[in-house]
Design a binder for this molecule. Structure first.
Ligand SMILES: Nc1ncnc2c1ncn2[C@@H]1O[C@H](COP(=O)(O)OP(=O)(O)O)[C@@H](O)[C@H]1O
Ligand SMILES: [Mg+2]
Length: 137
């Protein structure tokens, strides 16, 4: 395991329940230090996606805390979670969610369109540079 840096993720008493059933997630304590890399594995239906969505503030949680660098994301309202996620989370989904009819470059820039319809020139240049690095000029 990598060296621990300050900050990171601290989960406490996390419960996610669907349809008032038994909790899909019930995690007493989980700590991940800043800079650590973690892989979550398990059979289909065990809750991996639900965990990823809860940790990134997409999935509302019924109980517990999800603290990133001290900020309890689980305690925020939906709008505040969305704003926090936009600033702090990068996520690659199982389904790519590419927008058909938009160019490759515009798909890479898609997240920036939530702030402005005309991304600044350095942002567009950075997107093009990343595509070039991936061999998709
Ligand atoms: N939106 C939902 N509503 C009801 N049940 C759900 C929902 N999302 C997931 N579940 C249930 O929660 C459990 C965990 O699902 P999921 O997190 O997708 O597992 P995994 O990603 O490990 O395959 C499954 O039993 C699934 O049917
Ligand atoms: Mg899944």
């Amino acid at each position: 395991m990598a060296t621990r840096h300050p900050g990171g993720l601290a989960v406490r008493g996390l419960k996610v329940v669907f349809d008032r059933g038994a909790p899909v997630l019930d995690i007493g304590r989980l700590d991940v230090g800043s800079g650590e890399q973690v892989a979550i594995t398990g059979p289909s239906g065990c809750g991996k996606t639900t965990l990823a969505l809860a940790l990134s503030g997409i999935q509302p949680v019924q109980e517990g805390q999800v603290r990133w660098n001290g900020q309890d994301v689980a305690g925020l309202g939906e709008g505040a979670r969305d704003r926090w996620r936009r600033r702090h989370v990068g996520m690659i989904f199982q389904d790519f969610h590419l927008v058909p009819g938009m160019s490759v470059l515009r798909n890479v820039l898609a997240a920036s369109y939530f702030s402005t319809w005309r991304p600044a020139a350095p942002v567009v240049a950075r997107a093009a540079e990343l595509l070039e690095q991936c061999g998709v000029p």
